[in-house]
Design a protein around this ligand. Structure first.
Ligand code: SF4
Length: 315
């Protein structure tokens, strides 16, 4: 028995028929999806493989837990224009798509609706006008979904329109694509990012050192060699990366790939992800341990995002 998947990888997982049936309501809300690249790094014979656990649906997702919501950061309150979130001073988030190359079961935007997101440059005009009319905005953050799901043509059309706004200085892209599908980091993409007038930074999302392989390293190298600074953010996830040795190794593989470990997030309390939660004290103890093993620039900040606050809190 296997799960109905777009790529059939769970044919290789040891699910029983009963487990597969229990999954159906879980999949209706947030389907199983894993990219070929990420799947190739999973040990499919191990039910506790730390990469598999990030993408494998479980009936635990159906449990109602107090304090866990569909929109845990109250993002609907920050919608300034279609696709635009204004949560922070001087920066705006543009959600380019609701689509992703992989469905991470802990994702705080797992309940996002695709129809709220502009799809054409014409549909971005309200957002562009909002940014144009506010000179305090210095930075745009491309988010999603995964913004690199969008074609180069659409991505650069929007970036070029943004670059014409004189007070904008920086473009930051939050993407799991270099890990999920390193082939997407093509020379054409890198060249387009490099050419922008806006100072461009990429923040990747890697949670476990086993997510790194040669294809990922090469994709990251293409970006760094083009002068695009890379940072990583991780989510602290129970049973996946909540051991000191794992986090030390994660920082080591990132530094070796010239990526700065940036944030280690405490889990956002999204409905369906409570089983991933690691408590704050455990997080603090782990980061204290990291300081003993790594140079300061290799230790990510432990952060938490609380709805209604204008910045992440360092824990
Ligand atoms: S937005 Fe990022 S974390 Fe969320 S499912 Fe997509 S790739 Fe995973």
């Amino acid at each position: 028995m296997s799960l109905p998947t777009p790529n059939g990888f769970l044919n290789f997982t040891p699910l029983t028929a009963r487990q597969a049936k229990e999954m159906q309501p879980v999949l209706a809300g947030f389907p199983f999806l894993v990219s070929d690249g990420f799947a190739s790094r999973i040990d499919w014979s191990n039910q506790n493989d730390p990469l598999l656990l990030q993408v494998l649906p479980t009936p635990l997702e159906l449990e109602q837990r107090e304090g866990f919501h569909a929109d845990p950061l109250d993002e609907k309150e920050y919608r300034a224009a279609p696709g635009v979130l204004k949560k922070y001073q001087g920066r705006v988030i543009l959600q380019l798509t609701g689509a992703c190359p992989i469905h991470c079961r802990y994702c705080f935007r797992r309940h996002i609706k695709q129809d709220t997101i502009p799809n054409t440059l014409a549909q971005w005009q309200a957002g562009l006008e909002m940014i144009r009319s506010d000179e305090r905005i210095k930075e745009v953050i491309y988010s999603g979904g995964d913004p690199l799901m969008v074609s180069d043509k659409k991505l650069f059309a929007l970036s070029n329109a943004l670059a014409e706004i004189p007070h904008l200085q920086r473009l930051r892209i939050h993407s799991r694509m270099p890990i999920a599908d390193p082939k997407r980091i093509t020379p054409a993409l890198v060249e387009g990012l490099k050419k922008s007038r806006l100072v461009t930074t990429l923040v990747i999302h890697m949670n476990h050192p086993a997510e790194m392989d040669e294809t990922v390293r090469e994709a990251l190298a293409r970006l760094v060699d083009a002068g695009i600074p890379l940072y990583n953010q991780s989510v602290l996830l129970k049973g996946i990366n909540d051991r000191l040795e794992t986090l030390v190794e994660l920082s080591e593989v990132l530094l070796q790939a010239r990526v700065t470990p940036y944030y280690l997030h405490l889990l956002d309390r999204v409905a369906g992800a409570a089983h991933f939660q690691v408590d704050r004290d455990r997080g603090k103890a782990l980061v204290a341990g990291l300081r003993e093993h790594l140079p300061g620039y290799g230790v990510p900040l432990l952060v938490e995002e609380r709805p209604g606050e204008g910045a992440k809190s360092v824990v």
